[in-house]
Ligand binder design. Structure first.
Ligand code: UD1
Length: 434
């Protein structure tokens, strides 16, 4: 298993190009199940979860080819006339987002068999809202042998049955749940209205991709989305939106190391919740346009001040940035209250940060972080994707050497993070398993 070796103490400076968003690329890839033909998706990050999704689509009979060289962020997917409507446990267990296959498969083929994702390191994460929504659209659902089986009842011979539009009021704001329903409703008969829908930029990006396929969707990016089903769609031709979590992680690196970092090709509005917190903490965050690309510059001056955080669905402060921001707070002046309201068990980085000298007390979903003068490098172990990013950041700030183990978590969601950090002057290298 690879490890990341980081020596702290460098102020990061320079420019870095942000990749396409993992959490947008994955649903857009599953949208390719909605119609037969040759799909093209650009700005797809090169990372393990995308490879897993490609394997999943391959299992269903699709051919997924990544471009080479300069075209390496382009995916071409050839979807067959009759994909095999099954997502097996072996793939779903390594990546929850596999559940995104459910909506498109039922909508297109009238049936699907998708493994239940099961428990996850960051909480129970049920999919009841996905199932409730699909049931409202007419799917019959059964849970058997660890799988969700969805079938559309047939009424006599004739063309394949179709979902029918309905009102779907979500009880909780769910990102992939909203995405599953968007895709299912795109091919349903009649109009679907999703209320209390997730407003995340990745949902909006999927809606943009679906509209490019001929879907009729209004309101994506707000909490009420209306979808008028169409009879058929055409193949995808889409460029994935910038990864606001990768950008945010690098912004923290710039601010916390008292550096001067420019993130190129981002959507500054998507970074607003974090930018505001960084400004409150004393960093400078500015957006500007350069050569037609939107950029954000982050500068950290002296020691930053503590700021309280509360995670919330978009446009609130992203849960996917909580662990990384906590690292900055570990060395800030004063103490901060960090409240995690989206997931119930997302403080697993705390124990490792404490081993590096951080002063953090957790009680339920709240952590109190008291700023300390210094962190000290140590061997640490990543437990999930964003937690592993936080440990790399802690390594950049700590005295001496930090060895982050289980880097496969990081590789699930960041494209060559160490190369991007090295381009900014960080002392970081990957040590391959011997
Ligand atoms: C997505 C993101 C993940 C991010 C999360 C929250 C992808 C591939 N992953 O995950 O990186 O951390 O949004 O921004 O886009 N819930 C239910 N019932 C459901 C669905 C969700 O109770 O049917 C609960 C979850 O347990 C959680 C909350 O709702 O507490 C939010 O989860 P959700 O938005 O669904 O997260 P994901 O879509 O899995």
């Amino acid at each position: 298993m690879d490890r990341m070796i980081v020596r702290g103490g460098k102020a990061l400076a320079g420019e870095v190009e942000v990749s396409g968003a993992k959490n947008a690329a994955l649903p857009v890839m599953t949208a390719s199940l909605l119609c037969e033909g040759e799909h093209r998706i650009r700005r797809v990050p090169v990372l393990a979860d995308v490879a897993t999704m490609a394997r999943l689509l391959g299992h269903m009979g699709a051919e997924v080819v990544r471009g080479r060289g300069r075209a390496r962020t382009e995916l071409r997917i050839r979807t067959p006339a009759a994909p095999r409507p099954e997502a097996p446990y072996e793939l779903v267990k390594t990546m929850r987002a596999s559940v995104l296959a459910l909506g498109p498969l039922v909508a297109r083929l009238g049936r699907a068999r998708v493994s239940l994702p099961g428990g996850c390191a960051i909480g129970a994460r049920p999919i009841d809202q996905h199932l409730k929504g699909l049931a409202a659209l007419g799917a019959e659902l059964r849970l058997e042998h660890g799988y969700v089986e969805a079938v559309l009842p047939r009424h006599g011979p004739g063309p394949a049955p179709r979902l029918r539009g309905a009102h779907v009021p979500f009880d909780v704001v769910t990102v992939t749940g909203t995405e599953n329903l968007l895709m299912a409703a795109a091919l349903a008969r009649g109009t679907t209205v999703l209320t209390n829908a997730a407003r995340e930029p990745e949902v909006e990006d999927l809606a943009r991709a679906l509209r490019g396929m001929g879907a009729r969707i209004e309101g994506a990016g707000t909490d009420v989305v209306e979808i008028e089903g169409v009879d058929e769609l055409r193949p995808l031709d889409h460029e994935v939106v910038a990864d606001r979590i990768e950008a945010g992680t690098l912004m923290i690196a710039g601010a916390a190391t008292r550096g001067n970092v420019v993130l190129r090709n981002v959507v500054p509005a998507h970074l607003e919740a974090l930018s505001q917190k960084l400004r409150e903490a004393g960093a400078t965050v500015e957006s500007f346009s350069d050569g037609g690309r939107d950029c954000v510059r982050v500068r950290g001056g002296g020691r930053l001040r503590s700021v309280d955080l509360r995670t919330h669905p978009y446009p609130g402060f992203p849960t996917d940035m909580q662990a990384q921001t906590m690292v900055l707070l570990c060395l800030a002046q004063g103490s901060a209250v960090v409240e995690e309201t989206v997931f119930e068990n997302r403080f697993m980085h705390v124990l490792e940060l404490t081993r590096m000298g951080a002063d953090i007390t957790v009680s339920g979903r709240t952590a109190v972080v008291k700023g300390v003068e210094a962190l000290s490098g140590a061997p640490v172990m990543a437990t999930d994707l964003r937690a592993s990013a936080s440990l790399v950041l802690a390594g950049l700030l700590a005295d001496g050497e930090t060895e982050v183990q289980r880097v496969y978590h990081l590789d699930r969601g960041y494209e060559r993070l160490e190369r991007k950090l090295r381009a900014l002057g960080a002392d970081i290298r990957r040590a391959s398993a011997s």
